[in-house]
Design a protein around this ligand. Structure first.
Ligand code: MTE
Ligand code: MO
Length: 376
């Protein structure tokens, strides 16, 4: 997989894990653009990168559909069969900002098996492909008890004592509302190998884990997938569950991403010489609504300043909003800046890391904080 890292990723990616390859871009670059460059898009892999010949490739669609089908890439791309769809979508790994849970409560969580992501395991791209809704229709639609769609990725990996393919599922209602895309293009370019070439799933509003890469099979099933990734990983445990009592049945599958945000500049521990205002930039995203308000504080959360509406990007419902603000700061010395976001379903972020701490260290959605040294 290293050859694809060198070919397809920026040289200054932060390699969160070398094998399987997991990387995120430098913080200060991520929010420079609303649409992330392909080379800067984070990568989250569980195993190696499969080599798939697009000429020999086909997608099997079976299980509880009326007419199971085997479809080639050419057929999928034939616009007389399937209308093409391009959607601008943010993918966020549920491990984003995990480093805060690890640093603040070392040893409490299952950190040995979980990559220590920073704020960069999130990115936005224009994905082109076909809606899974249309593909299911082409297969005669779902049978009565076809309630979930299971996705099979061609990569294999070893985890939790089992060797398996990458297998996950989403409920059929997510497909019915047209929030699941099968994509072969990323920002107008062929899908990079590292991002799932030749075909991947893009699920809007859900954790990145459901957006299966190197897709080769879709199966309609009556219940959530029994695969390892669905049932043993990406589980949310309420805070009273920890290493002494966690078992896979007392966690539940994380699907929809909660509202979250982050300050990308200035960096944590940065020294800033300024004239009473500090320029801050970041992202805000919600899988369960639309980020409508972002507030930033320079004193740890006593006084909040609203990010002016015109400083928030985007017209894309399934994407993040990048933002900037010139934060008024009088104080000198060390101070704590933090950010919080509201979405249009009135969800907001927990105040402290502990408020949303969970044993498997997912969805660190508390107010993001950076310590900066102010010289005024
Ligand atoms: N699909 C397969 N086949 N194998 C994987 O390891 N990782 C998932 C998802 N799809 C994964 C996968 C996870 S956890 C995330 S966050 C997203 O892919 C990341 O997508 P990206 O690597 O294109 O950014
Ligand atoms: Mo992920």
């Amino acid at each position: 997989s290293w050859k694809y890292v060198q070919k397809e990723k920026s040289p200054d990616m932060i390699h969160v894990l070398q094998f399987p390859y997991n990387g995120e871009p430098p913080r200060e670059r991520l929010v420079e653009t609303e649409i992330t460059r392909n080379s800067d898009h984070f990568v989250r892999n569980h195993g190696g990168i499969p080599e798939i010949d697009p000429e020999k490739y086909f997608l099997d669609i079976g299980g509880l559909v009326n007419n199971p089908k085997r479809i080639t890439l050419k057929e999928l791309q034939d616009e007389s069969i399937f209308p093409r769809q391009t959607s601008t979508v943010t993918l966020q790994c549920s491990g984003t900002r995990r480093i805060e849970q690890i640093r603040q409560y070392p040893g409490d969580g299952d950190e040995l098996i979980n990559a220590p992501w920073g704020e960069g395991a999130i990115a936005t791209a224009r994905w082109t492909g076909v809606s899974l809704k249309k593909v299911l229709k082409y297969c005669g639609g779902l049978k009565e008890d076809g309630k979930h769609l299971e996705f099979y990725g061609a990569d294999t990996y070893f985890k939790k004592g089992q060797v398996s393919n990458y297998v996950v599922s989403v409920p059929a209602r997510k497909v019915k509302v047209n929030e699941v895309l099968l994509a072969w293009e990323m920002n107008g370019e062929p899908l990079p190998h590292i991002h799932g070439y030749p075909l991947r799933v893009v699920v809007m509003g859900y954790i990145g884990a459901r957006s299966c890469k190197w897709l080769y099979k879709i199966k309609a099933i009556p219940h959530e997938s029994d695969g390892v990734v669905q049932k043993k990983e990406y589980l949310y445990y309420t805070p009273q569950i920890g290493k002494h009592n966690a078992n896979y049945s007392n966690g539940f599958s994380i699907q929809t991403m909660p509202v979250s945000s982050a300050i990308m500049t200035p960096l944590d521990q940065e020294q800033i010489i300024h004239d009473g205002k500090i320029r801050m930039r970041g992202w805000a995203y919600s899988g369960s609504g639309w980020p409508v308000r972002v507030e930033v504080s320079g004193d740890g959360g006593s006084i909040w300043y609203e990010v002016p509406f015109e400083n928030m990007s985007t017209k894309y419902f399934h994407a993040w909003r990048t933002w900037w603000i010139d934060l008024p700061v009088d104080a000198e010395g060390w101070l704590e800046a933090c950010v919080r976001c509201w979405d249009d379903a009135l969800n907001t972020q927990p105040t402290y890391v502990r408020s949303a701490w969970n044993w498997d260290l997912h969805v660190t959605s508390s107010c993001h904080r950076v310590r900066i040294y102010s010289i005024n």
